[in-house]
Design a protein around this ligand. Structure first.
Ligand code: NOJ
Length: 539
């Protein structure tokens, strides 16, 4: 674990979905005391930080991504004192604590929205995005909600439409109003003063909309649908020119950064959903005066053929420049990577080599709870589905519950997560992969992941270095060179299920050991068994 002020640069962040991590009070839903009780385990992985998905007061219609009090903890999760205890324990263990800030929208039960919707003249009237109907009574424009249908909801009290990019119960803030921006920064300061080390910023490019409310243009026939949403979702039929990624956001992010800089050693990682996410990442993270990092979606959707990976890295290099990505293979919104990417691969070896890939890239890394165990996506039966995103798009898109089921701590029927039936079912298929089972088996994936993360944190070149790609004479292999303070390191990854060979060049100074992978180098010929990696110092 690194203790420098920019620990986040190249750091590994473990994402916890609080509802499903550990239930200490036996109500079937995870909580803060449960998380605190498992922090030793998290620290043992060698990660630098935890990121907690939302823990704030919420009606939970989008499971916390709908906040009704930005400065309090939802009673379901505990109290502010519980959170302080969590921060203190994490800090004792050398873990930084990052929390989710969902400030693009609130819950409709937030007092600010309740006031705003009363009439057109109240003090909060302009805190959300309101508009009159068109002359024919229809919504002001063609903007869509990601969760289905129009992004506009008629409010029969105020007799206007309000904007919601997600659920109807998640009204969007009007960031053109300086009081809104100020209120959000003050709320963030509240958590910084309490000791949090950073924020994951939900939908960070959705803060501003175009005040002209122009229609978004369609994606033209033959052009690719570039928006990161299931492609059967009409949201992907538009180019999102006017409803998000507006230029005004950059100034707000600069104000936010100025505040963050008052708290040395803190960080931000922004979630950017955009037609051109790399361009946006460059805008938002370059220059050192806006976000510290931006989350990439590049490995959260497609399966990774070597060509795809090479393209991602090439684009990243060409477009993002000095910006800083944060890589992830899984999170609480997508099918777990073992099932999405690794369906036809070795269930143990594949999660490790994909992790080795993102740990070898220039950027930081998010590891989603259970990824260290190689958990597959859970199959949640229709009658237990909870996710409101899944309901209107069912059955083509079944929602996000399959990656949100309770963490499996042991192989007992409730996985050691709770003493009562949890809010989402424990996956029976995941039980044999539980923490206890893997701790007891020296050959288990968990030990390999731990070893790899610890090893990688000792390699300054991998944590901080610049990245270039190296041409090798086998297109199945990914070959990278990382460079930092005059040191160069070669990484070669075989992400296939077959042994591969390549000529790696005559500049290898020393093979590196201790990461847990096997390979053999004979002269300049490298042989990599299935799913293995090679690391060497270059002269
Ligand atoms: C992105 C979050 O990751 C997702 O879970 C949530 O539903 C939307 N933003 C809306 O806040």
């Amino acid at each position: 674990m690194t203790t420098t002020l920019n620990w986040w640069k190249g750091g590994v962040i473990y994402q916890i979905y609080p509802r499903s991590f550990m239930d200490a009070n036996g109500d079937g839903i995870g909580d803060l005391a449960g998380i605190t009780s498992k922090l030793d385990y998290v620290a043992s992985l060698g990660v630098d930080a935890i990121w907690l998905s939302p823990i704030f007061t919420s009606p939970m219609k989008d499971f916390g991504y709908d906040v009704s009090d930005y400065c309090d903890i939802d009673p379901m999760f505990g109290t502010l004192a519980d959170f302080k205890a969590l921060i203190d324990r994490a800090h004792e263990l050398g873990l930084k604590v990052m929390i989710d800030q969902v400030i693009s929208h609130s819950a409709d039960s937030h007092p600010w929205f309740e006031e705003s919707r009363q009439d057109k003249t109240n003090p909060k009237a302009d805190w959300y995005v309101w508009s009159d109907p068109k002359p024919d009574g229809s919504p002001p424009n063609n903007w869509l909600s990601i969760f289905g249908g129009s992004a506009w909801k008629w409010d029969s009290r105020r007799l206007q439409y309000y904007l919601h990019n997600f659920l109807e119960s998640q009204p969007d803030f009007n960031f053109h109003n300086p009081d809104v921006r100020k209120a959000h920064l003050e709320n963030m300061r509240f958590w910084l003063d309490m000791g949090v080390d950073g924020f994951r910023l939900d939908t960070v490019n959705f803060y501003f909309h175009s005040e002209g409310l122009e229609d978004n243009p369609p994606v033209l026939p033959g052009e690719p649908k570039t928006m990161g949403a299931p492609h059967d979702n009409p949201y992907t039929y538009q180019r999102h020119v006017y409803d998000l990624s507006r230029p005004e956001n950059l100034d707000f992010l600069k104000d936010m950064r100025a505040m963050m800089d008052e708290y040395p050693g803190t960080t931000t990682v922004g979630e950017i959903g955009d037609d051109f996410p790399l361009k946006r990442m460059a805008e938002y993270t370059s220059g050192g005066d806006k976000l510290h990092m931006a989350y990439t979606f590049d490995f959260l959707n497609k399966p990774h053929a070597p060509d795809y990976i090479r393209d991602v890295l090439k684009n990243m290099q060409e477009i993002v420049g000095d910006g800083w990505p944060c890589w992830a293979l899984s999170n609480h919104d997508v099918v777990r990577s073992r099932t999405r990417w690794g369906a036809n691969e070795d269930g143990e070896a594949y999660p490790l080599i994909t992790l080795a890939l993102i740990l070898s890239l220039r950027g930081s890394v998010c590891l989603y709870q259970g990824e260290e165990l190689g958990l597959p996506e859970a199959d949640v039966p229709f009658e237990r589905i909870q996710d409101p995103y899944g309901i209107p798009l069912w059955p083509v898109f079944k929602g996000r519950d399959g990656c949100r089921t309770p963490m499996v701590w042991d192989k007992s029927p409730l996985g050691g997560f709770s003493t009562v039936e949890p809010w989402l079912p424990v996956s029976k298929e995941q039980l044999p992969l539980s923490v206890a089972e893997q701790e007891a088996n020296p050959d288990a994936l968990l030990h390999k992941v731990r070893k790899l993360i610890h090893w990688r944190q000792q390699q300054p070149v991998l944590v901080n270095g610049e990245l270039s790609q190296r041409d090798v004479d086998n297109a199945q292999l990914i070959a990278l060179v990382r460079e930092y303070q005059g040191e160069r390191l070669l990484v070669v990854l075989n992400m296939t299920g077959e042994s591969q060979q390549a000529t790696v060049g005559n500049d290898i100074a020393a093979e590196l050991q201790g990461h847990g992978f096997t390979s053999s180098l004979n002269g300049q010929t490298l042989t990599l068994p299935a799913y293995q990696a090679f690391f060497a110092k270059l002269s």
